[in-house]
Design a binder for this molecule. Structure first.
Ligand code: USQ
Length: 395
């Protein structure tokens, strides 16, 4: 694998992924339309600290490391932009020269609206989520079909596609015996938001492309990610990733730590028995990288459950309460009426072996790791806005 194309390369995971591949010697191109930044502005979500534009980030990266990350600022809803990434009819917004890098061996697809609450603000935001997520995925699938059948797609899926069924969750597939006959199917899916439902639909779209045109796809069913730092963001503060703690774009562990630092009670929704699989942002990078190094075969939809350990929301609050109090924060815990429709006590037993089998080494949520996130959040305490922590977007 030589050239990697990262769709959604400006986001919480996209930018750290770009640096991770780049520092390891791969040619990297990133594309982004600033959806996340614009949505944060429009919804007035606040951010823990400001971050440079994608063009500035690429220039800073080049200055510090001597490596090039080519940047295209554009909307992948436009089929011609997506196709240009594979047929060479493309103009870079920043690169050392404007020469087409060639067809990428790997595409990492993050270019989706990633928030469940965003998708349920009202009809408008549901529609933006549905149109964006499916159209970008469809544009990608057709560009691959027409120009790049050898290219491997690593697509970010979500554990939330499975919901919380009363049986063990397999890695994507399940064998079913029915009236004495057997066959293998995608594991049953039941998203608990419009966002999660779009992820089910785009898995189905790519599964179609895999069956009909022999595309190569790895679908990473990721749980909520936490963390702020990667080896590459540590190189310089200006390389930091976007960090949200608000109700729309913040994920629960990141939110709880910011709440603890700012003196806001931890916002457990309902009873807090909701159990999910979690992973450190550093592990997202490892998982995507290892998947890219050992691609799916032609005509294969390979699915991994991308989580490293499971916790209930109550367990998480307790962990953050303990570390926060040791750091002299007077942490309080609150149980809010759950704005979401989700089970608060349920069976949860997912399998998550595939990524370990290809060499991922988990970083677990230890007190030390939580403590290291506290230290960074404390540095930016002045930027924390308590008014964006809970607004109550209802399902
Ligand atoms: N929760 C609280 N209090 C809060 C925030 C969340 O109790 O202040 C609870 C939620 O009700 C939920 C759990 O914590 O049960 C996780 O919520 P989250 O906001 O961290 O995660 P979620 O909305 O499920 O979405 C996030 C990412 C999404 C990714 C997904 C993986 O935003 O992109 O796909 O995690 S998963 O949850 O496995 O579907």
């Amino acid at each position: 694998m030589n050239h990697v194309l990262i769709l959604g390369g400006d986001g919480y995971l996209g930018w750290p992924t770009a640096m991770y591949f780049s520092i390891r010697g791969h040619k990297v191109t990133v594309v982004d339309n600033y959806f996340r930044r614009n949505a944060c502005k429009e919804l007035d979500t606040g951010m823990l600290y400001p971050i440079p534009s994608l063009l500035e980030r690429a220039k800073i990266w080049h200055k510090i490391t001597g490596k090039e990350i080519k940047v295209i600022v554009g909307d992948l809803n436009e089929p011609d932009l997506m196709r240009g990434l594979f047929n060479g009819k493309i103009t870079y917004n920043w690169s050392l020269n404007n020469n087409f890098t060639g067809i990428p061996e790997t595409v990492v697809h993050y270019a989706e609206q990633p928030s469940a609450p965003y998708s349920l603000i009202d009809y408008k935001y549901a529609d933006i989520t549905l149109v964006n997520n499916l159209r970008v995925t469809n544009n990608l699938m057709w560009a691959l079909r027409d120009y790049a059948r050898e290219t491997h797609v690593v697509k970010l899926g979500t554990m939330g596609e499975y919901g919380t069924p009363n049986i063990d969750i397999e890695e994507g597939w399940i064998e079913i015996e029915h009236k004495k006959r057997k066959d293998k199917f995608l594991f049953p899916r039941q998203g608990s938001s419009i966002y999660h439902t779009t992820k089910i639909m785009d898995t189905d779209l790519l599964w179609f492309g895999v069956r009909i045109w022999g595309l190569k796809v790895t679908d990473l069913m990721q749980g909520p990610v936490y963390g702020i730092e990667t080896e590459e963001t540590k190189i310089d503060e200006s390389l930091n990733t976007i960090f949200n703690y608000d109700e729309v774009f913040g994920t629960v562990i990141n939110r709880f730590i910011v709440q603890a630092v700012s003196g806001h009670p931890l916002t457990i929704y309902g009873k807090g028995g909701q159990t999910r699989g979690y992973l450190n942002i550093k592990d997202t990078l490892q998982c995507v990288y290892k998947s890219a190094l050992s691609p799916a075969k032609a005509g294969e939809l390979r699915i991994f459950n991308q989580i490293m350990e499971t916790f209930s929301v109550k367990d998480l609050a307790k962990k953050i309460f303990n570390v926060g109090n040791k750091r002299d924060h007077n942490v309080k815990i609150d149980h809010l009426e759950n704005p979401r429709k989700e089970s608060e006590s349920h069976y949860y037993n997912p399998v998550y072996q595939g990524l370990l089998n290809i060499g991922v080494k988990p970083n677990y949520l230890t007190d030390e790791v939580i403590n290291s996130i506290f230290i960074i959040v404390e540095k930016h305490i002045k930027n924390i806005r308590k008014d964006v922590i809970f607004r109550g977007i209802k399902w």
